[in-house]
Ligand binder design. Structure first.
Ligand code: ADP
Ligand code: MG
Length: 348
C-alpha cells in the first residue's frame, strides 16, 4: 500500500491539503496543473505543469501514477476519460460529467427522489420570458461557476428586461429559496453502503462565497438524519469512491433541499483537519487507494473562517494561540473575492 503514487489534477488549496493527507499515509503525490505557480507544488512530491488538454504531458503524468483524482470538477471530461483508460480515476469520470453541469446534476438529484429548488433550462431569451413565474430567481451558467461566479440575481421582471447575457452558453434558472440555513454533509465512500459521514457543517456565505463554517451545526435532528440519508443515496447511486460533499439549503418553513454536489473534498470540511481523527483529505486518499474504512471520531468542536482577498495581509502577521490553526494558501497574487487562506479555531 505504502508504495502507491496518487496523481492529483489541480494545484490549489484543496490539492495542497490532499497532498498533506497523503503524506500522513506515506503515499506519494504528483500534482498536474495548468498554472505554473500552483501552490500545491510546495506540498506534492512532484509537479507537472501542463494544459489539461495536452495529451503528451497527460501521458507523462499517467505513466508516473497508480491512481488519479482531482481537486475541482471542471477538468475536461475527455481528459479524465483518457486517463481512466490507463489508470483508474476516482471518483470515476462519468460522475464528473453529471456534476460539472448544473442541469444534469439537478436532474440526477431529482431522479433519486431528492428535493432541489425548482429550476428550468434556459437556452435563449424566450425561455426566460416563458418562466417569469419562477422569479425571484438566480440565473446560473450550467458550467464553470464557483464562488457565485456566473450567477445573476433576478428580483423582478425589470431585472429580466435589463439583463444582457451571452446565450452561447447554457443556463439554468433556479427559484430563489428564502434561506434559513445552509449546511453541508461530507461523506467518504469506500464501497456500497460503506460510508464514513462527518457531522453536518453549518455554513455562512457572504457575497455567495463561503465565509464561516462550524460544528456542531444548529439544526434539528430530523433534518440531519434526512440529509445524511440523502447524501448516502447520492453517493451509492453514483457508485462514488472517495470524499463527496452535498450542500444543503433549509428554507424558512424548514424544508430541506440539496443545493449542489461537489465530487471532491470541500472548503467547508477544512475544519475536519483539526477536529477529527481522520480529515476529509486523508479519508479521500484512503478510499481511492483501497484502504479499509476506519471509524471517524470527532475530537473537538470547531469553526473555520475563510480569509478572502486582502484580509490575508493582517492574518499573516498575527500571533496565534494553540487552539488556532492558520493556513496560508501561498497564492502569489492577492485578488478581491479570492480565497487566500483559512483559520480554524478548535474548542478545547
Ligand atoms: P457555487 O458553485 O458558486 O458554490 P452555488 O449554487 O452553491 O454556486 O451558489 C452559491 C451560494 O449562493 C449558495 O451557497 C447560496 O448562498 C446562494 N444560492 C445559490 N442558489 C440559491 C437559491 N436557489 N436560492 C437561494 N440562495 C442561493
Ligand atoms: Mg456552492
Amino acid at each position: 500500500m505504502s508504495e502507491q503514487t496518487v496523481g492529483i489534477l489541480g494545484g490549489g488549496q484543496l490539492g495542497s491539503l490532499l497532498c498533506l493527507g497523503a503524506k500522513k499515509l506515506n503515499i506519494k503525490t504528483i500534482i498536474y496543473c495548468d498554472e505554473e505557480n500552483a501552490p500545491a507544488q510546495t506540498y506534492s512530491d512532484e509537479f507537472i505543469f501542463g494544459d489539461y488538454k495536452d495529451k503528451i504531458k497527460i501521458q507523462e503524468f499517467i505513466d508516473k501514477v497508480d491512481v488519479v483524482t482531482y481537486e475541482f470538477e471542471n477538468i475536461p471530461f475527455e481528459t479524465l476519460d483518457l486517463i481512466n483508460q490507463y489508470k483508474q480515476v476516482k471518483p470515476k469520470p462519468a460522475i464528473n460529467k453529471i456534476v460539472q453541469h448544473r442541469l444534469y446534476e439537478k436532474d440526477f438529484i431529482n431522479k433519486c427522489n431528492i428535493s432541489t429548488t425548482r429550476y428550468v433550462s434556459i437556452k435563449e431569451k424566450s425561455d426566460l420570458n416563458a418562466n417569469v413565474k419562477l422569479i425571484p430567481a438566480l440565473l446560473k451558467t450550467c458550467r464553470l461557476g464557483y464562488d457565485g461566479k456566473g450567477q445573476h440575481k433576478l428580483n423582478n421582471s425589470t431585472d429580466l428586461e435589463n439583463l444582457s447575457i451571452d446565450f452561447s452558453q447554457e443556463y439554468i434558472l433556479e427559484k430563489l429559496i428564502n434561506l434559513k440555513k445552509e449546511f453541508s454533509i461530507i461523506l467518504t465512500r469506500y464501497g456500497h453502503s460503506i460510508h464514513s459521514i462527518y457531522e453536518p457543517i453549518e455554513n455562512k456565505h457572504e457575497n455567495q462565497i463561503l465565509k464561516y463554517s462550524k460544528i456542531p451545526a444548529d439544526i434539528d435532528e430530523k433534518i440531519i438524519l434526512k440529509a445524511k440519508d440523502w447524501a448516502s443515496i447520492i453517493a451509492d447511486d453514483l457508485d462514488y469512491i472517495g470524499t463527496i460533499c452535498v450542500e444543503y439549503f433549509i428554507d424558512k418553513n424548514d424544508n430541506l433541499y440539496v443545493n449542489e454536489i461537489a465530487p471532491r473534498v470541500h472548503n467547508s470540511g477544512h475544519l475536519t483537519i483539526n477536529s477529527y481523527n481522520i480529515s476529509q483529505f486523508e479519508n479521500h486518499i484512503r478510499a481511492i487507494c483501497g484502504f479499509e474504512k476506519e471509524e471517524l471520531k470527532k475530537i473537538y468542536n470547531a469553526k473555520m473562517i475563510n480569509i478572502i482577498g486582502d484580509e490575508i495581509v493582517s492574518y499573516r502577521s498575527k500571533n496565534y494561540s494553540d487552539n488556532e490553526f492558520f493556513f496560508d494558501y501561498g497564492k502569489k497574487d492577492i485578488k478581491a473575492n479570492r480565497k487566500m487562506g483559512h483559520l480554524t479555531i478548535i474548542q478545547k
